[in-house]
Design a protein. Structure first.
Length: 161
């Protein structure tokens, strides 16, 4: 198991130990080169938030990780723990809904364009068929709309001179 996955699992387990709510982990390597994973969790109170932050730090160190920094421990609304390749956000529910980090980090990985199937001969004949269908051939051309007899047509507007 890689160090990143081990660190992420340790952080998630630490959050679940102390009953964090709505714990979500995102692989964000395709969005930024600063870190590979983001873990977001909610705490019910400032006291629980501080306990969660302390427990995540302990668990990270226990699996051989390093805590590079902690922000917001004094505030009690939002704590960010920098574990290098894993960033952990622990927030009060109101703060979490306000900043909506899930929308920022939860973007799907871009897909590679599909390879075109078939040979060039098939694509060429399909293009010719498509071209004929667009322009219509003499055999398949729809009959021209019949015009109403002159007597039934509306009279032309008089010309101004």
């Amino acid at each position: 198991m890689s160090d990143i996955r081990k660190l992420q699992k340790a952080a998630v387990a630490a959050l679940e130990d102390i009953k964090a709510h709505d714990v979500e982990a995102y692989d964000v390597a395709h969005l930024t080169s600063l870190f590979d994973r983001v873990v977001i969790a909610s705490a019910d109170s400032a006291r629980q938030l501080k306990a969660l932050a302390g427990h995540v730090q302990e668990r990270a160190k226990a699996v051989g990780g390093r805590v590079y920094g902690i922000e917001g421990e004094d505030g009690g609304d939002w704590v960010l723990i920098d574990l290098g390749d894993v960033i952990v956000h622990i927030m009060q529910p109101a703060v979490r809904s306000h900043y909506n980090l899930e929308e920022l980090w939860g973007q799907p990985k871009p897909r590679r364009p599909r390879a075109k199937r078939g040979s060039a001969a098939k694509r060429g004949s399909a293009a010719k068929r498509g071209s004929a269908a667009k322009h219509g051939s003499a055999a398949k051309r729809a009959p021209a709309a019949k015009r109403a007899p002159a007597a039934k047509r509306a009279p032309a507007a008089p010309r101004k001179r």
